[in-house]
Write a protein that binds this ligand. Structure first.
Ligand code: GUN
Length: 298
């Protein structure tokens, strides 16, 4: 039976540190400011955005939420981002994805000032991460949070370990691979076109599932003793809870994989809470930099 990695506890520890350091920075005259922008009414996005704004307040941040209609024009959204870029009270800008189809997400992502890009999606931050400039980059929150959980199990140096990341998204798969490589792991990125995916996954001492397919990673995909990080958040029907009920599951078939893995993150309660905590950490880091201070070690 694997160790169940407690993401909620680790996230709470990080948020406590962020809250303490925020009080210190505020007392010195700079209160971290986070602006979260939501376009449209996607129910999952509404939940995520509300929870980000709420956590920002709980940390003592200046927290601003902009909720725009689904038919907002790209020009209006870009104008809002320009205004936030120029606003000295704002240190972090997050535009919740996905955006409605008529808006070019790439253009919007690249419009956020790199030094306020707490999502780590701007090319400047992507390039810094890819070239190992992690001291000054903003690293995307989900992979950064996943690495903290992994560090708790395997330590910071992954020399000699095989890591397999399933999924090649810009938000998770690619930055996760960069972070694993920076930690000296031997890294494979697998995806939907990979041949013998289960066999590739079985080579992993560290297996990261970020595909968005409910419970895809089965028991026989996992090397005994492997550390399994499940990034998936999928809502599926749960008739056992009653008609019309749903529940959240990851990309890993938790109930069977937990018997073979050495350690595993649950869903919910694993990577999810870490993503939000890392967003707060990135915003505090941004505010400290803006104030000309060394960002606190978190
Ligand atoms: N949608 C799903 N994950 C994310 C994320 O990490 N950042 C943003 N901005 N939108 C998302």
């Amino acid at each position: 039976m694997a160790d169940i990695i407690d993401g909620r506890r680790r996230a709470d520890e990080l948020l406590d540190r962020v809250t303490d350091e925020t009080a210190r920075l505020s007392a010195a005259g700079t209160t971290p400011g986070l602006a979260v922008v939501l376009v449209g009414e996607d129910p999952a996005s509404q939940v995520y955005v509300a929870s980000k704004s709420k956590k920002a307040k709980a940390c003592g941040f200046h927290s601003v939420q902009h909720t725009l209609d689904a038919d907002t024009s790209e020009a209006d959204l870009l104008a809002l981002i320009e205004a936030l870029n120029a606003d000295a009270a704002i240190h972090g800008i997050l535009v919740q994805l996905p955006l409605p189809g008529h808006i070019d997400s790439g253009r919007v992502t690249q419009a956020v000032a790199p030094d306020k890009d707490v999502d780590g999606f701007h090319f400047v931050n992507v390039g810094k991460l890819a070239t190992g400039e992690t001291k000054t980059a903003f690293v995307p929150c989900t992979p950064a949070g996943s690495m903290l959980l992994l560090e708790g199990v395997r330590g910071a140096d992954l020399s000699g370990l095989n890591a397999v990341v399933i999924g090649r998204s810009n938000i998770v798969g690619k930055p996760m691979a960069s972070l694993l490589l920076a930690a000296n792991a031997t890294v494979t990125i697998a995806h939907s076109r990979t041949r013998e995916l289960a066999a590739v996954a079985r080579t992993a001492d560290i297996l990261v599932a970020a595909v968005g397919r409910p419970q895809m990673v089965a028991r026989d995909w996992v090397k005994p003793g492997a550390t399994v990080i499940d990034v998936g958040i999928n809502r599926i029907a749960a008739p056992e809870k009653g008609p019309g009920k749903t529940r959240l599951v990851g990309d890993v078939a938790f109930d069977e994989v937990k018997d073979v893995a050495g350690a595993i993150t649950p869903v919910p309660g694993g990577v999810g809470p870490m993503t939000i905590a890392m967003l707060m950490a990135n915003t505090l880091t941004s505010a400290a930099r803006a104030a000309g201070r060394e960002p606190p070690a978190l």
